[in-house]
Design a protein around this ligand. Structure first.
Ligand code: B12
Ligand code: SF4
Length: 498
């Protein structure tokens, strides 16, 4: 069996994330590592950094003559992934096509029902699924042979069927490290600015899978499960040593959904970083209520300089009852204070337009942002709907996703998207008007947030598809100008606490 695994061009990495943050795709590199270890011939083609276009992708497929062609997908880049699957089938009809990643996992039947060129969807973890598929298809080059493999959906005799879910990999240490050597590592331009050090070469790493929490908009508890599986501290350190020694990493970005789910494990990782004098800087994403000041001090000593966490909403009702975040505001303020004392950059995530969120409640969020903007790096987003999440069900009930909606079709007149911002992913709008949402976003950006409407104008114009889009962007422009004028005419020292 010969396998080719693709990151599609455009979308995911190539556009929004290309300037200094393009990073290796850990998912398909982990699959490739397992295949390689088991003697299956595998190639990884990240079309983004290899700058492959549709023509050169076709040539690569014709050259390699693979038996299985796999593509990774997120909801944001799904149309590029679908296009690649279609192209692959056309270029090599005798190969099986397979789609994996968060989007395909959570919308498997939707993908298979609408894309005839797609043979298989891998749901959830792809390492063992792909290996077992190779073994099954090697024995018999017939799609029916794949039906014995757990964790897939496929089309058999015109009907989409799903095999039972695959049990999660319990021992993550048993997996080889991602096959970084299969991608042109030097082409990844991932650097991170470290205070006092400038931009340093960085690498992404995942040390756990799953999240015990259950926020309504999040794909992780469904995709990875609510039982968290963790790699041992030693195994993590060995990967960091490889990244430092072989790939020149100076900054490690722990992308775990909840890096600090076990305080003890974080402490042990810190101890090993210090004992082995790795001399790295690192950042991570954490649950803010699971941190204590002593643990944070230890993390700082081991190189932590930047800490991201979600508060999501200022209103306690919205945060805890609607989203299910279960976070107290006191824990947020304590953490911000500790970060200040320890010289760690706190980075808080907020989202506007939750189900049932009123204007008064949304203003509680902007009030917190304006209060803490000098000490905290703030990231804001408008709520988007992703497949498989509890929010998707709410969106269906409220008609935000109309009946007949499919993730596989590019344009649906009843869906509101901001293609110039977060791709073709539906926005969730409930109680807030578009003018109110625009005001929230611009109040954040005018108080120091990084959102430049001027920079986005060419993309906005390129992506306009309907009268509704024109109306929404016009409202945004009007609100922006109104706030900007108000700001210019405000007496110095006046507070914006509306
Ligand atoms: C790192 C990361 C990023 C990085 C990506 C860098 C990179 N090169 O990977 C950056 C910062 C760019 C990013 C951006 C965004 N991200 Co992000 N990101 C992540 C994060 C935290 C880790 C990804 C990762 O490395 N996972 C580890 C690997 C091992 O897992 P994996 O990629 O899923 O792969 C496994 C399986 O999915 C499967 N698989 C994957 N591909 C394939 C292919 C085949 C053929 C097969 C068989 C199997 C298979 O097998 C793999 C091994 O088990 C995930 C959360 C998570 N827990 O995964 C969110 C996540 C992927 N991001 C998400 C989102 C929403 C975003 C943003 C929209 C955020 C924003 N507001 O801007 C953007 C959109 C980017 C885009 N255009 O798609 C969502 C995606 C939901 C969805 N339905 O698509 C996730 C799941 C977070 C969440 N909990 O909701 N992200
Ligand atoms: S948003 Fe974070 S805490 Fe909430 S379920 Fe997702 S990964 Fe877990």
């Amino acid at each position: 069996m010969k396998v080719q695994l693709f990151v599609p061009p455009g979308g995911y990495f190539a556009e929004r994330w290309s300037k200094g943050s393009s990073m290796p795709p850990l998912g398909i590199l982990s699959i490739a590592a397992v295949l390689e270890k088991e003697g299956v011939e595998v190639e990884v083609l990240p079309a983004d950094v290899l700058k492959l276009n549709w023509r050169t992708i076709r040539q690569e497929i014709k050259r390699a003559k693979p038996d299985l062609i796999g593509v990774t997908s997120t909801t944001e880049n799904r149309f590029q992934s679908f296009k690649l699957i279609k192209l692959a089938k056309k270029a090599r009809p005798e190969a099986f096509t397979i789609l994996g990643g968060p989007h395909a996992s959570l919308a498997a039947e939707d993908c298979l029902s609408h894309i005839p060129e797609l043979d298989i969807v891998a749901r959830g973890e792809g390492e063992m699924t792909t290996l077992e598929l190779c073994r099954a298809l090697e024995k018999k080059k017939d799609l029916a042979a794949a039906a014995s493999v757990a964790g897939i959906s496929l089309r058999l005799e015109g009907k989409v069927i799903s095999t039972p879910p695959r049990s999660p990999i319990q021992d993550l240490d048993s997996l080889p490290f991602p096959a970084f050597h299969l991608v042109p590592f030097e082409k990844y331009n991932f650097t991170i600015d470290v205070p006092g050090q400038g931009k340093l070469p960085a690498v992404n790493i995942m040390t756990s899978r799953g999240c015990p929490f259950n926020c309504n908009f999040c794909a992780t508890p469904i995709n990875w499960g609510r039982t968290v599986r963790v790699r041992s501290p030693l195994n993590v350190i060995q990967e960091i040593e490889l990244l430092v020694q072989k790939y020149g990493a100076r900054v490690i970005f722990f992308y775990d959904d909840t890096f600090n789910v076990s305080a003890r494990r974080v402490e042990e990782i810190c101890d090993l970083i210090l004992e082995r004098k790795l001399n790295i800087f690192w950042r991570c994403e954490a649950r803010l209520d699971l941190l204590t000041k002593p643990l944070l001090a230890k993390m700082k000593e081991a190189g932590l300089f930047h800490l991201s966490f979600g508060l999501e909403a200022g209103s306690e009702r919205v945060r805890n009852e609607i989203i299910g975040k279960k976070i107290n505001i006191e824990d947020f303020h304590n953490l911000v204070r500790w970060c200040g004392e320890l010289e760690i950059i706190p980075n808080a995530f907020f989202i506007f337009s939750h189900p049932t969120e009123t204007w008064e409640e949304a203003k509680e969020t902007i009030k917190i942002i304006e209060q803490c903007k000098d000490e905290v790096e703030v990231t804001v987003a408008i709520l988007h709907v992703y497949p498989g999440t509890p929010l998707e069900k709410t969106a269906q009930e409220l008609g935000v996703l109309p009946s007949g909606f499919t993730w596989a079709k590019k344009y649906h007149s009843k869906i509101i998207t901001l293609p110039a911002a977060q791709g073709d992913v539906p926005l969730f709008l409930d109680k807030l008007t578009w003018a109110e949402i625009s005001e929230l976003v611009f109040r954040w950006s005018l108080s120091g947030g990084q959102f430049s409407i001027l920079r986005k104008i060419p993309r906005i114009l390129k992506n306009i598809r309907s009268l509704g889009d024109i109306k929404r962007y016009a409202i945004m422009a009007f609100i922006y100008l109104k706030l900007k004028t108000k700001r210019l005419h405000r007496p110095s020292g006046a507070r914006n606490d509306g």
